[in-house]
Design a protein around this ligand. Structure first.
Ligand code: CU
Length: 211
């Protein structure tokens, strides 16, 4: 899982920091393509389970916590599993409420608002995540550049008004032990659905239901 290509500016985020999206990218080789594909399938299965468990949650709390969970594991001659995911994936939140992100994994992630049409649903869409590239660049990350030490230059990207209310709003989530939990306000109008992904592992997906 390491050292496969130049898209590892997130090496700063720990030993497993090769981003799986990097392996999904246009420069991947055949072997990494297969690994990434299997991982994405298993991740999608997990995501579905998490989503259905949470969907029944009602109300609109002023504060919500989202955890980043999962990791990498292998069953030799069977599959590689990349199970990074948001827990919960569907997050009701009052307009003006605060979301706190806690990373329980040893990799860095992002929580990035994207348009519904930019949320990848297929392997090909994962491989060609143009929204992810735009988010990388907004954070000051050059996916084509050499590995970079230290956090990305821009930890927070504010695309719309103050707070999280528009596609392009994005925050870096440092690896466990490499930074405090990240908090931000969701300021979109009541009734808005804000879709989000992790730009590094875009099978990590969720949505804020703003009330
Ligand atoms: Cu991620």
């Amino acid at each position: 899982m390491r050292g496969t290509r130049a898209s590892q500016p997130w090496q700063l985020f720990g030993d497993a920091a090769v981003t799986q999206r990097g392996q999904l990218g246009e420069h991947m080789n055949t072997s990494s393509s297969r690994r990434a594909l299997l991982g994405a399938i298993f991740a999608a299965a997990l995501l579905g389970a998490a989503g259905s468990a949470i969907a029944a949650a009602g109300g609109a709390p002023r504060k919500a916590r989202v955890f980043v969970k999962g990791g990498e594991s292998i069953v030799p001659n069977a599959y590689l599993k990349l199970s990074f995911h948001f827990d919960a994936g569907t997050v009701p939140i009052r307009s003006g409420g605060t979301v706190t992100l806690t990373n329980l994994t040893t990799e860095g992630h992002t929580l990035s608002i994207v348009k519904a049409s930019q949320v990848p649903h297929t392997i090909r869409q994962l491989q060609n995540c143009s929204a992810c590239l735009a988010i990388d660049k907004a954070h000051g990350i050059n996916p084509e550049g050499p590995p970079v030490e230290g956090p990305p230059p821009n930890l927070l990207v504010n695309a719309g008004g103050p707070g999280f209310d528009a596609p392009g709003d994005s925050v870096i989530i440092p690896p466990k032990g490499r930074g405090a939990p990240v908090s931000f306000k969701v300021t979109a109008k009541p009734g808005t659905v804000l879709n989000f992904i992790c730009a590094f592992h875009p099978w990590m997906q969720g949505r804020f239901l703003v009330k």
